[in-house]
Design a protein around this ligand. Structure first.
Ligand code: C5P
Length: 320
């Protein structure tokens, strides 16, 4: 037990030191590509986890997707292309849900069987299962893809079978104050063309676009509950995954999102790239996300830091 509490202290110190370094970036105002102007109050949560979750439930009761009915899309072909089936029906419920991060620490983790035992499994981007079943399992219910993966040719969004027959949520950021119209005219990467193509080629895949305003609601939530200024960029797919699943799962488990003792400088479990900022954040406010997630965790230190997952209770378990 001592070993894990020492690991926890070191990890928290490291995450906090990244947070403080990042807050200087914000102060310089040089690096604010999304024109973030936070007007709220930033402070550290000294409140119980259940209250914090109630606040998250209040600000993001569910993650919204583009329906085509928004004024910005009324005359766009996107309107016809949106599937009749929602990404999640409002009453769609799962007992246990697994979120599999892409962290290098999953390599050699042997977590595949436990991941596959969940009722729903969420994966990110182009993360493979074939060849990595022992460590990450083979079941996939849903993928969250960023707009680079959906639009850049080498990710084979239109061809690879891993993007077929499941639920998929594609996201692309808008600026902090921009409207859907402005986003439609000026996305970071053109998600609309591959979206239309994929819808035509694979109509059975339940493919949706994130309403990008959600990203800034989540960012505001992170900033409101962090005592220093956080990086003014959208939260990572990992944090978006938490917000997406909490309304639909009794328990949400995140694998190697909060690093375990297997923590490695390797970025991904499926390649050899070495980059510690994948785990601690260079673009997303990852350190803030991970500290907040750790404060919502219900598992003991052995499960968190040795087995390698945290559990956050779903909204259905809350009395708000
Ligand atoms: O690298 P990529 O964005 O594809 O990873 C998907 C998600 O997995 C990230 O958004 C992040 O939340 C999580 N991740 C992590 N640590 C890593 C790599 C990824 O927590 N080393």
């Amino acid at each position: 037990a001592k070993r894990y509490s020492a690991f926890r202290s070191k990890l928290v110190i490291r995450l906090r030191s990244v947070l403080h370094d990042e807050s200087n970036v914000f102060k310089s105002k040089l690096d604010n590509p999304y024109s973030v102007e936070f007007k709220g109050v930033a402070r550290s949560p000294k409140i119980p986890a259940s209250n914090l979750l109630c606040r998250l439930k209040h600000v993001v009761p569910s993650v919204t997707t583009i329906t085509g009915e928004e004024p910005a899309f009324k005359d766009s072909p996107i309107r016809q292309a949106v599937p009749k089936t929602k990404l999640f029906e409002p009453n769609e419920r799962y007992n246990t849900c697994a979120i599999v991060s892409n962290a290098g620490a999953l390599n050699g983790s042997n977590l595949g069987r436990i991941i596959d035992s969940h009722d729903l499994v969420l994966r990110f981007n182009h993360a493979p299962t074939i060849g990595y079943e022992k460590d990450v399992g083979k079941k996939t219910t849903i993928r969250i893809l960023n707009s680079q993966v959906a639009s850049k040719k080498h990710f084979k969004f239109l061809k690879n079978k891993m993007y077929t027959g499941i639920k998929i949520l594609v996201w692309d950021p808008c600026s902090y104050t921009s409207t859907l119209e402005q986003w439609k005219e000026n996305p970071d990467f053109d998600v609309f063309t591959p979206y239309m193509k994929h819808r035509r080629a694979k109509p059975k895949t339940n493919l949706h676009l994130l309403n990008p305003r959600v990203l800034w609601t989540l960012w505001d939530f992170l900033q409101t509950h962090t005592s220093v200024r956080i990086r003014p960029n959208p939260p990572s797919s990992g944090f978006l995954g938490i917000a997406l699943l909490l309304p639909h799962c009794d328990r949400v488990r995140l694998f190697e999102y909060v690093p375990s003792v297997r923590m490695t400088p390797r970025c991904h479990y499926f390649d050899n790239e070495v980059d510690t900022s994948c785990t601690f954040g260079v673009w997303h406010p990852l350190a803030a996300e991970k500290l907040l997630s750790l404060s919502l965790n219900q598992e003991d230190d052995f499960t968190t830091f040795q087995t390698g997952y945290i559990t956050i209770p779903g909204y259905s378990n809350l009395k708000c």
